[in-house]
Design a binder for this molecule. Structure first.
Ligand SMILES: Cc1cc2nc3c(=O)[nH]c(=O)nc-3n(C[C@H](O)[C@H](O)[C@H](O)COP(=O)(O)OP(=O)(O)OC[C@H]3O[C@@H](n4cnc5c(N)ncnc54)[C@H](O)[C@@H]3O)c2cc1C
Length: 413
C-alpha cells in the first residue's frame, strides 16, 4: 500500500498552496490526489482571482496581505525562474458611492495594517482613469432608468492590489511541488476515508486503491461535503456550494486609459481587465447574487442568466460611459463554497484526529491561498518559514470556533 505523511485531496489553489507551503518547510512525504485531469477543475478555474486587501476584519486584512505578498513576488515564492503567472498590479479602486467618509476611514485602517493605499476625489480620479464616471448615485439596474449623475465622492486605491491568472498559478505551484518531490496524481478520485481509534488512517480511491497516511487535508472545494460525510463527521457548519455568475467582454478602443480592479460599491459590481487589458471581467459584490445553492457540484447551470447580464452591463456602462453597446458578451458560472454561518472558512483539524479541513472560502480563497497554506503547514509540521509565512494565528478559522461576528455576509465582508 502506498504510504504518505500527508495526503491532500484536491489540486485547486488551496490544495496546491498547502502542498507547496508544506514542501518548503519540511521533508514530509506529501501526496496530492485530484479527481480531474488537471488543475483548475473547480472554483479555482472559474475564479476572477482579484487580490484585494481591504476586509472588515483586521485578521483578514493581514491574511490577504500575506497571501498577496506571495503573488506579488511569485518567482521568489515558487522558486521558478520562468513561471507562467505574473501579478497584474493594476491597483484596486474602491468607489463607495455617496459616503464621503468611508475612504478616509478605511485608508487609516489599512495604513495601520501596513497596506499601501491612497485617497482622492473626482479630479484625481479623472486624471488617473479618464474612462471613469465619478457618479456617486447607484444606477437603477432593474429598470435601466437614467438619472442625472452627481460626483463629489472620495475613492480608496489599494496601490499594490491586482489579479493573477488562477490556472497559471495552480500550474506553477504544481511544477514547484513536483520539483520538490511532492507526488501529485490526476484522475485520482477519493471515494472513502479510513479511520481507526478516532484517527484517520488513509483513503480509498474510486478504483479501489488504498493509500495510508496519518494526516489528510480536505481541500476538495465545492465537493468538500462528500469527503466530510465520508469521514463520518456531522459539523455544526453549513458549507454550501453556490453558483456565481461572471461576464467577459472585449474592451473596445473607446475605453481609454488604465482600468484598475474596481469595486463599484454603489452599483454592486466589480470589474477588472484581462488578457493584457483587451478584455473586461465583470462580477457582482451583492449578497443577493450569492444565494443560488447547488446540490450537486457536477451538475449546475454554467451559463449566466439574462437578468444578471443586463443588470451588470447597465452598471458597467454607468461607470464606463464610453463603453459602446456592441461586441460579444460571454457569461459563465462557477461555484464557490459559502460557509452559511459566517462566510469565513474552516481551516484546521476536525474531531477526527489527523483529518483537516480547508473549506468554505466563499469568494476569498484565491487571494488567501498562500497564507492559508502557511497556516495549515505550520499546524501540521510545526515549522515556520522566514519568508511567505503569515503572522496570523494558525487556529483563527479552527473547526470548533464560534461563528465570527460580521456586519454583512456579502463577498465584501
Ligand atoms: C466566479 C468566481 C469568482 C471568484 N473570484 C475570486 C476573487 O476575485 N478573489 C478570490 O480571492 N477568490 C475568488 N473566488 C474564490 C476562489 O476562487 C476559491 O475560494 C478558491 O479557488 C477555492 O480553491 P479550492 O482549492 O478550495 O477549491 P477548488 O479550486 O474547487 O479545488 C478543489 C479540487 O478538489 C478536487 N476534488 C474534489 N473532490 C475530490 C475527490 N473526492 N477526490 C479528488 N479530488 C477531488 C476538485 O476536482 C478540484 O480540482 C472566486 C470563485 C468563483 C467561482
Amino acid at each position: 500500500m502506498k504510504r504518505a505523511d500527508v495526503i491532500i485531496v484536491g489540486a485547486g489553489i488551496i490544495g496546491l498552496s498547502t502542498a507547496w507551503q508544506l514542501a518548503r518547510r519540511s521533508k514530509l512525504r506529501i501526496l496530492v490526489l485530484e479527481k480531474g485531469a488537471g488543475t483548475g477543475e473547480g472554483s479555482t478555474g472559474a475564479s476572477s482571482a482579484v487580490c484585494r486587501t481591504r476586509y472588515s476584519l483586521d485578521n483578514m486584512i493581514q491574511l490577504a496581505r500575506d497571501g498577496i505578498a506571495a503573488y506579488r513576488h511569485w518567482p521568489d515564492f515558487t522558486g521558478l525562474s520562468a513561471p507562467r503567472a505574473a501579478f497584474a498590479e493594476d491597483g484596486v479602486l474602491w468607489m463607495p458611492g455617496a459616503d464621503r467618509d468611508w475612504a478616509e476611514r478605511e485608508h487609516r485602517r489599512m495604513q495601520g495594517a501596513g497596506v499601501a493605499t491612497e485617497v482622492f476625489g473626482d479630479d484625481e480620479l479623472q486624471r488617473r482613469y479618464p474612462a471613469f464616471s465619478a457618479c456617486t448615485i447607484a444606477p437603477d439596474t432593474e429598470t435601466g432608468e437614467a438619472h442625472s449623475c452627481r460626483g463629489g465622492g472620495r475613492y480608496l486605491l489599494e496601490t499594490e492590489g491586482g489579479y493573477m491568472d488562477p490556472v497559471a498559478c495552480a500550474d506553477d505551484l504544481l511544477e514547484a511541488c513536483r520539483g520538490a518531490g511532492v507526488d501529485v496524481r490526476f484522475g485520482a478520485e477519493v471515494a472513502a476515508v479510513s479511520q481507526a481509534g478516532g484517527a484517520v488512517t488513509g483513503l480509498t480511491l474510486a478504483g479501489g486503491e488504498q493509500v495510508a497516511a496519518p494526516v489528510v487535508i480536505n481541500a476538495a472545494g465545492p465537493w468538500c461535503n462528500r469527503l466530510i460525510a465520508a469521514a463520518g463527521l456531522a459539523l455544526p457548519w453549513h458549507l454550501r456550494p453556490t453558483r456565481i455568475q461572471v461576464l467577459y467582454l472585449d474592451r473596445p478602443a473607446e475605453v481609454t486609459g488604465p482600468i484598475p480592479v474596481t469595486v463599484d460599491m454603489a452599483a454592486g459590481i466589480y470589474f477588472r481587465c484581462q488578457n493584457r487589458g483587451q478584455q473586461l471581467v465583470v462580477g457582482s459584490v451583492l449578497e443577493s447574487d450569492e444565494r443560488e445553492q447547488v446540490d450537486d457540484p457536477d451538475a449546475f447551470n454554467r451559463s449566466a442568466d439574462d437578468a444578471f447580464t443586463h443588470a451588470k452591463l447597465h452598471a458597467l456602462h454607468h461607470r464606463l460611459p464610453a463603453l459602446p453597446y456592441r461586441g460579444p458578451i460571454r457569461g459563465y458560472c462557477g461555484l464557490y463554497t459559502v460557509n452559511e454561518e459566517d462566510v469565513h472558512p474552516l481551516v484546521g483539524e476536525s474531531e477526527l484526529k489527523g483529518f483537516y479541513l480547508a473549506n468554505g472560502f466563499s469568494g476569498h480563497g484565491f487571494k488567501l491561498a498562500p497564507a492559508i497554506g502557511a497556516m495549515l503547514a505550520r499546524q501540521i509540521s510545526g515549522e515556520r518559514c522566514v519568508e511567505f509565512d503569515t503572522a496570523v494565528a494558525p487556529d483563527l478559522f479552527r473547526v470548533d470556533r464560534q461563528p465570527i461576528a460580521i456586519a454583512s455576509k456579502s463577498v465584501l465582508a
